[in-house]
Design a protein around this ligand. Structure first.
Ligand code: URP
Ligand code: ZN
Ligand code: ZN
Length: 459
């Protein structure tokens, strides 16, 4: 099967050119002006922008968490991602404390195998680092193609590891050629503040926010950077939200340390005032939404090259699930739905409103995730030999985000009524048309597990 895409404007992280693309099978085999080639199908992309497929390196599908499961399955989640131009996601396996990493991999495979519509990979979350876990790290890097290891400095009593485990893990991951990623907030301090607020009868969603003040994230980010600097381990902070935490990363650059930073679309666009609403539980996530000044810091951080990735931390729960915490904020399952709208929101609010360039948009949404997580140039760009993961985008079409038309398995939208400018029209995944005019053409099972290469934390 061959496809010729004609008359588009191709945007990558470092170029912007009017050119055609020729695809044979799963790969791009030619990029150039006025290509004349016989193809099984020709797509006219006049007036459209052509982007590489988006990569969201932070999603939680069908994940057991806080007494329930996140509501998107691998099928509904990866399909919704495709509707939004995200052709690949990286999901999280959670080790059960007292059990092995391999047990956890088997459990996650049982839910994901043959169920994905789009491509996917896993980070391995290490929640119990010991002599046995240590022996498994090399196997994951060498044989499973899983080269990033997630840690939690919070969720005390469930997922959190202590600094002793963190240092041990960093030493081993460095040795094996992987990357340590972190949810960087001070779990002990948060645990204390949650208990204090509950004891005082302060139980509304606002106290979720007040139990995780900026200092909890700034302190943990600095500590994580220090430990990574000491061990020399490549390091990545997930879902960074605030000025204090970004300053810790900025300080680390003074000793020429390169701590990679991800923020998420919600921290750029919405703020903590939402927790005062009656339905504030919709935005209960960790870390919580912050202040307007933090949004400005994060946009600036993208342009300064400190914030390398914009992900979603997509972890949806239906309203009924959120109501598990109607009388106590600490029981509201943490997370919000965004997998479908990251690319359009970032383009509309970022590129259209002049906050970032269109090349920067591609860099943080497509290219850097591929580079950081060991998939470049197979993924994350448009070039000869790359997978034909391609978005055809109308930069002028306006539309409104609403739960009644989205494809995520959740009965509300965190962005209900937002008008965005720019629409994903067609999406290709490995040479097949995945989305065309609001219709998904692929079945579950097409999505492939992507084995990733070793990484060194330098991009
Ligand atoms: O609230 C969140 N972020 N839920 C998912 C788990 C995590 O901490 O990433
Ligand atoms: Zn987290
Ligand atoms: Zn997460």
């Amino acid at each position: 099967m061959s496809i010729l895409i004609k008359h588009g404007r191709i945007i990558t992280a470092d170029c912007d050119q009017a050119a055609d693309i020729f695809i044979e099978g799963e790969k791009i085999t030619a990029v150039g002006k006025n290509l004349v080639m016989a193809a099984d199908e020709t797509i006219d992309a006049s007036g459209k922008l052509i982007f590489p497929g988006g990569i969201d390196p932070h999603v939680h599908l069908d994940m057991p968490f806080m007494g329930t499961f996140s509501s998107d399955s691998y099928e509904t989640g990866t399909r919704a991602a495709l509707f939004g131009g995200t052709t690949m996601v990286i999901d999280f396996i959670l080790q059960k404390q007292g059990h092995s990493l391999s047990d956890a991999l088997q459990e996650w495979k049982s839910r994901s195998n043959n169920n994905c519509v789009g491509d996917y990979s896993f980070h391995m979350a290490v929640t119990d680092f010991n002599e046995n876990t240590k022996k498994e790290i090399g196997h994951f890097v060498q044989n499973e193609g899983i080269t990033s290891f997630k840690t939690f400095m919070a969720y005390k009593g469930a997922l959190m590891i202590d600094d002793r485990q963190m240092v041990g893990l960093m030493e081993e991951v460095k040795e094996q050629g992987g990357l340590v990623t972190v949810h960087a907030t001070n779990g002990d301090m948060i645990d204390y503040l949650i208990a204090k607020h509950r004891a005082e009868g302060k139980l509304s969603p606002l106290y979720h926010y007040l139990s995780q003040p900026e200092v909890t994230e700034a302190e943990a980010s600095e500590r994580f950077a220090d430990l990574a600097n000491y061990t020399g381990c490549p390091a990545y902070i997930v879902h960074l939200t605030c000025e204090g935490a970004l300053n810790a990363v900025r300080n680390a650059t003074r000793r020429n340390q390169n701590v990679l930073v991800e923020t998420c679309i919600q921290y750029l666009l919405i703020d903590a005032s939402l927790y005062r609403r009656e339905d504030g539980g919709k935005w209960v996530m960790s870390p919580p939404l912050r202040e307007k000044k933090d949004q400005e810091t994060l946009w600036a951080g993208i342009n300064q090259g400190l914030v390398k990735v914009v992900a979603t931390d997509h972890c949806p729960f239906k309203w009924q699930q959120k109501l598990m915490g109607k009388d106590d904020f600490s029981k509201i399952p943490n997370g919000h739905p965004a997998i479908e709208h990251r690319m359009e929101l970032l383009y509309s609010e970022g590129v259209n409103k002049g906050k970032i360039s269109v090349n920067k948009f591609i860099e943080v949404a497509c290219t850097n995730p591929a580079k950081i997580f060991g998939m470049f140039p197979r993924k994350g760009t448009i070039g000869i030999g790359s997978d034909a993961d391609i978005i055809i985008f109308d930069p002028t079409e306006k539309h409104t985000i609403t739960a009644s038309s989205h494809h995520m398995n959740v009965d509300y939208s965190a962005y209900e009524g937002w008008e965005v400018t720019g629409k994903i029209k067609t999406v290709l995944l490995r040479g097949k048309v995945a989305i065309d005019n609001n219709v998904c053409k692929l079945e579950k099972g097409y999505g492939r597990f992507i084995r990733r290469n070793k990484v060194n934390g330098i991009i």
